[in-house]
Design a protein. Structure first.
Length: 243
């Protein structure tokens, strides 16, 4: 007797980040991406989620946040890992290209949406290796990852959501494009500098809401690329824009 794939797949709630069996979760009926463990989580997340919810496009994007059918051919995906403090102390490079094959858990467990980059039209997803609830797990300074936390900046506050602000919980992550296209080291550097730019505006007491749109983001990326090329960083010559 065959076993249902969905009934044996664990996913993470987009609202509270708790893990559970797919069969007990509900999925956003419009985007097919966000999944929730309860009506309360879906309701509380809606004010934010509605700003980025768009109809699913099965042809163009991977189904992060929902399991991929075992009969469906899932391509390998190129992402970039961002090492936490402990892994860096053991000699890991802070950034490293990773090729995620079809068996990687990202295809079934989903990841964390990066809200700032969802808003500016370059949707990124973080895959977190640790599955514990960040609000209740025992904190470990070695799991601090301030670099990756920048990617989780919320465009409305300049801070990550509460569960990701808790130090010692994030660990090493892999960042990927939600559309499944290859992500380069140069692109990751650029988006991190954009996040730093946005955080600087919040820190100066400036509301950047009018700047947080695809056009403003792409202008920043082009300016940053030009600066890097002018500075002799030849690897940026081939960084294709717009993202």
């Amino acid at each position: 007797m065959s076993t249902s794939f969905r009934s044996s797949t664990r996913v993470r709630c987009s609202g509270c980040a708790n893990n559970g069996e797919w069969k007990s979760f509900m999925r956003c009926s419009r985007c097919k991406f966000a999944v929730y463990c309860s009506n309360d989580c879906q309701t509380s997340d809606w004010p934010y989620h509605k700003t980025q919810c768009s109809p699913a496009s099965p042809k163009d994007s991977l189904s992060y946040g929902s399991p991929v059918s075992t009969r469906q051919r899932t391509p390998s995906v190129r992402g970039v890992s961002i090492a936490c403090n402990a892994d860096r102390a053991r000699g890991a490079r802070i950034f490293e290209v990773k090729i995620l094959d079809p068996s990687h858990p990202i295809h079934t467990q989903g990841g964390i949406i990066c809200p700032l980059f969802q808003q500016v039209g370059f949707p990124l997803v973080l895959y977190r290796h640790h599955t514990e609830d960040p609000l209740t797990m025992l904190r470990d300074p070695g799991l601090d990852n301030q670099v990756a936390m920048h990617l989780l900046t919320h465009p409305g506050t300049g801070h990550p959501e509460e569960r990701w602000r808790r130090a010692g919980c994030l660990g090493t992550v892999i960042v990927l494009r939600q559309d499944g296209k290859p992500l380069t080291l140069e692109a990751v550097e650029t988006v991190l500098m954009y996040a730093d730019y946005v955080l600087g505006l919040f820190g100066d007491g400036v509301s950047p809401s009018s700047l947080l749109n695809p056009a403003g983001f792409q202008r920043f990326c082009q300016k940053y690329k030009n600066q890097r090329v002018s500075g002799g960083h030849s690897n940026f010559y081939t960084m294709a824009l717009p993202f």
